[in-house]
Design a protein around this ligand. Structure first.
Ligand code: FDA
Length: 284
């Protein structure tokens, strides 16, 4: 079952899957799965895979970028090392006209992730962005903060367990916040340059996806001013439909030998995911 959601063990396998996805007119972001690392050598080893990916994306002309978690490149034991490694990755992406998305982890990482993204974006504008989670109260403020700097946001609901002191406990409130933030990123225009910020609407929630479709059509927002993002293997029917309608669609493709903890954590973090996985296993 995992092979539906994880694109194999090796770089070669994920590149093959990426080419297949691209063939359906769907872009990709490649995620080399890894657990939190505890040594500099492990952090560098994780980064080396990303450098290989960036080279291969360029050489094969794939429509893809990469997504990385800071804990995978040393954030738990040496943030300065992490920033050096992340900086090298973003510099590489900048050189080959690609992009590094810094995934967002649990709330202990939120501020540090945003701040590091801001510093890297100053050095390499357009080559790095991060993820904001609609379940956090602080996200409305963070959205303004990143938009004003022209930093690309992937907007998601949030996948970690957070307390009611910092996150909306009720799903309905998370969904409502998501919709508000989604409209904000879609309509933002820099007062000086009059340009928007290209953002990712990362959700499989069809109600929200439809809300966005109607909103952009009513507001006459260019379909290509943003993209929908979904996980590899989840709601493939919806991914294809949106791509056929002319929307930008990007799938997040995880791969690597460390798939098992990733897969189990997703199930454990949100037990409902087990049901989603089963239900979607039988959907196209
Ligand atoms: P919601 O959970 O409300 O589900 C709505 C519907 O979508 C379900 O009824 C089901 O049909 C379908 N669905 C949702 N998840 C599914 C699944 N796993 N399998 C099958 N069907 C599913 N989180 C985070 O904290 N940091 C991050 O960096 C990222 N990055 C990220 C990238 C991309 C491209 C996506 C799509 C998601 C993330 N996430 C994330 C995860 C995100 O925060 C969230 O946990 C999941 O996307 C589930 O929320 P939905 O918005 O899809 O809706």
């Amino acid at each position: 079952m995992s092979s539906r959601f994880v694109a194999g063990m090796s770089v070669e396998e994920v590149l093959t899957v990426c080419a297949r996805v691209n063939h359906e007119n769907i872009a990709a972001t490649l995620d080399s799965l890894g657990e939190s690392v505890t040594t500099e050598a492990e952090a560098q080893k994780s980064a080396d895979i990303y450098h290989q990916l960036l080279d291969a994306i360029e050489a094969r002309k794939l429509n893809a970028n990469v997504s990385v978690k800071l804990s995978q490149i040393g954030m738990d034991f040496d943030p300065a090392l992490t920033e050096r490694i992340a900086g090298e990755m973003v510099a590489h992406a900048h050189r080959v006209h690609s992009f590094v998305r810094i995934d967002m982890e649990g709330s202990p990482y939120t501020e540090a992730t945003i701040a590091m993204t801001e510093r890297l974006a100053k050095q390499y504008p357009g080559a790095v962005g991060t993820v904001l989670q609609a379940y956090l109260y602080r996200t409305a403020t963070d959205t303004e903060r990143l938009l004003q700097q022209g930093i690309r946001i992937r907007l998601c609901k949030g996948a970690y367990k957070e307390g009611p002191d910092i996150a909306f406990p009720a799903k309905a409130d998370v969904d409502a916040n998501y919709v508000n933030l989604m409209k904000r990123v879609a309509t933002y225009s820099n007062p000086q340059t009059h340009t928007g910020v290209f953002c990712g609407i990362a959700t499989h929630d069809e109600v929200i996806v439809n809300h966005m479709r109607h909103f952009v059509s009513k507001q006459k927002i260019d379909q290509r001013a943003f993209e929908f993002q979904m996980l590899y293997g989840v709601r493939r029917d919806l991914q294809r439909r949106l791509a056929a309608e002319g929307y930008g669609v990007r799938v997040y493709i995880p791969f690597g030998p460390e798939w098992y903890p990733y897969f189990m954590r997703r199930l454990a973090e949100r037990p409902a995911n087990a049901i989603f996985l089963l239900k979607n296993f039988f959907k196209n």
